[in-house]
Design a protein around this ligand. Structure first.
Ligand SMILES: CC(C)(COP(=O)(O)OP(=O)(O)OC[C@H]1O[C@@H](n2cnc3c(N)ncnc32)[C@H](O)[C@@H]1OP(=O)(O)O)[C@@H](O)C(=O)NCCC(=O)NCCS
Length: 168
């Protein structure tokens, strides 16, 4: 099945999207365009085409970020680093419940990480920060080698070097 990726726009039909998480559903339907227009972050939709209809499989949202050195575990602090450290945030990732547990979460996650790698080469950024909504989501990101911040276990991080090595 061919997957397509596109930036959220007023032409996308997201009404039927349901990932079983009300906050993530509402963000896509009610806030993601506004979020994007105000330059807070960009939402990428993944869809497939069936009978000329675009079916949304999932989405993710990226936004710029920075992280204070003091928030990072010791192992992230080798070598000289600015404070705060330039970063990028994966603030949302969701797969429609009809498509969960079929590998799409991984596909979208890797797509987001590759976008981050490109971005990092253009304008910098050495850490990716992820907000996990709950324990299940946290375990999903841990499965890919991301580590919780000591100050908040639902915020996970990894370095650009790690992403380059494991996902490029
Ligand atoms: C969490 C979510 C994005 C995962 O997507 P998915 O399509 O169901 O997951 P995939 O089928 O792509 O799984 C990919 C891999 O992650 C593993 N995995 C999936 N969910 C996991 C979890 N909760 N904990 C640990 N590992 C998990 C799978 O076993 C699979 O492993 P493999 O590559 O070694 O075979 C999806 O279930 C979802 O959208 N849930 C509701 C919204 C949500 O919680 N979003 C996260 C917001 S922060």
């Amino acid at each position: 099945m061919k997957l397509h990726f596109t930036k959220q726009s007023e032409f996308a039909d997201v009404d039927e999207f349901d990932c079983d998480n009300q906050a993530l559903n509402s963000f896509l339907k009610d806030l993601s365009l506004l979020f994007q227009r105000r330059h807070f972050g960009v939402t990428i939709l993944c869809f497939k085409e069936e009978d000329l209809k675009k079916i949304i499989i999932g989405y993710y949202t990226l936004c710029p970020a920075s992280v204070q050195r003091e928030a990072l575990p010791e192992k992230f602090l080798t070598g000289p680093k600015p404070n705060p450290i330039p970063a990028l945030r994966l603030c949302r990732l969701a797969i429609d419940k009809r498509f969960q547990n079929q590998g799409y979460g991984k596909i979208l996650f890797v797509h987001a990480l590759k976008k981050y790698l490109d971005q990092s080469k253009q304008i910098g950024g050495s850490i990716i920060i992820i907000d996990a909504k709950d324990t299940k989501a946290k375990q999903f990101y841990e499965h890919f080698g991301f580590l919780s911040l000591p100050s908040n276990p639902f915020v996970l991080i990894q370095t650009i070097k790690y992403i380059e090595h494991h996902f490029a």
